[in-house]
Design a protein around this ligand. Structure first.
Ligand code: NI
Length: 139
């Protein structure tokens, strides 16, 4: 491989055995690939900590659409954050429950604020922000 640097890592044998067991279970065939993914995840997380950096992510929501005014409130919020919400997916899970996935993009602090507002809306049973990256700065 071109442009690859090797480095040694010292680790307690027990810690390394546990690491090897977990990465094998997750389908990695070698430590290097697992460590590269862990480093990328760490970099994405650091990117999110810089409030004005452009980030991308998804907000997943589960709610009961029979809850009074909830659908209207969620729609109002999504219109308020129209610059940051680039796509939405709605699945009618059963007679009551809806699953919604918002694809969000924008400055990290603004995207977190949007996620907090939507997830904390009364009647949302579960909500989670998944932080990922545009991929541009990752090798
Ligand atoms: Ni629905």
């Amino acid at each position: 491989m071109n442009g690859v640097e090797r480095f040694g890592v010292s680790m307690a044998p027990d810690l390394l055995r546990q690491f090897d067991a977990v990465i094998a279970e997750r389908g990695y065939t070698n430590r290097s690939e697992a460590i590269r993914d862990i480093v990328r995840d760490y970099l994405v997380e650091a990117h999110w900590e810089q409030g004005d950096e452009e980030v991308i992510g998804t907000v997943t929501l589960v709610y009961d659409h029979h809850q009074r005014d909830l659908t209207e409130q969620l729609t109002d919020l999504q219109h308020h954050f129209h610059s940051e919400i680039i796509s939405t997916l709605h699945v009618h899970l059963d007679a009551h429950h809806c699953l919604e996935v918002l694809v969000v993009r924008g400055p990290a602090a603004q995207v977190r604020h949007l996620a907090d507002r939507v997830i904390s809306t009364r009647g949302v049973k579960h909500g989670k922000l998944t932080c990922t990256t545009t991929g541009r700065d990752l090798v």
